[in-house]
Design a protein around this ligand. Structure first.
Ligand code: MG
Length: 257
């Protein structure tokens, strides 16, 4: 019997970087009545609020329902839980990178992207940045955070550019791990600080075992940022988009409700 539904965010619950669509919001609110719902992604806490939490509240999620939502931010290296008394989100734990690690990773990614001709600074919106310190990971977003969805999809649909950058980064700073995610992103982390870390802490915090979890992700192929979850033996549904996720959730809720 599944107790936990865990979700990758970008491309699994939404169109990359966008708030979750109405249909997903409605389905997730229903899921909160039956399951612990755990989004886990490389995004920052603020993005989780904009993309998921605000949308669920708009869709009618009550504070009691929000107690069944668990935010595993920055691949689960930070965990936030709803505090019913204070009506706000508490940070339960946080495992940040050191300043030195952040500097080393940033340098390697910039050098690799520049060497390969994939450093597209001229395409950035004002005030946007290609490399972002997300505290527990450093994230490369080829066109920045604010680029349009279409441009992002078109940039590296077969992941070849990012695979080349990752290959070079592994030579420049081999002590870190690099994962391809979203549409233009590479996440750099310290070894072991990937979704395995997040899912392991999820099991500890929620006191559940692997067979009680069902995970949804779009990057479940080797090298993708959902692959570590598959490798650790958690039952996984591979989706191409939030439409696939909605389809699967309707099936699951049809059985439960
Ligand atoms: Mg994804």
């Amino acid at each position: 019997m599944k107790k936990v539904l865990a979700f990758d965010v970008d491309q699994t619950l939404n169109v990359a970087k966008m708030p979750i669509p109405d249909e997903i919001a409605e389905l997730l609110v229903k899921c909160l009545n039956h399951y612990e719902v755990c989004p886990i992604s490389g995004q920052k806490y603020e993005q989780f609020l904009i993309q998921i939490v605000d949308r669920l509240v708009e869709t009618g999620a009550t504070p009691e329902q929000l107690c069944h939502l668990h935010l595993f931010v920055a691949q689960g290296t930070q965990y936030y839980r709803y505090n019913l008394d204070k009506k706000e989100w508490d940070q339960v734990y946080n495992y940040p990178l050191t300043d030195e690690q952040v500097a080393k990773i940033s340098e390697a990614i910039e050098k690799a992207a520049k060497e390969l001709g994939y450093w597209e600074e001229d395409k950035l919106a004002d005030g946007d940045e290609i490399i972002e310190n997300r505290l527990s990971q450093v994230t490369f977003s080829a066109l920045g955070q604010k680029a349009g969805t279409e441009a992002k999809y078109a940039w590296d649909p077969d992941c070849k550019k990012r695979e080349a950058i990752v290959k070079r980064c592994k030579e420049l700073a081999p002590e870190f791990e690099y994962e391809i995610g979203g549409t233009t992103s590479i996440n750099a982390i310290t070894p072991g600080m990937n979704k395995v870390f997040g899912m392991t802490h999820l099991m500890e915090e929620l006191k559940v075992e692997k067979p009680e979890i069902l995970y949804f992700g779009d990057m479940t192929q080797p090298g993708g940022n959902d692959y570590p979850v598959v490798q650790m033996g958690i039952e996984t549904i591979t989706v191409r988009s939030h439409e696939d996720t909605a389809y699967a959730l309707r099936g699951i809720l049809g059985v439960t409700e």
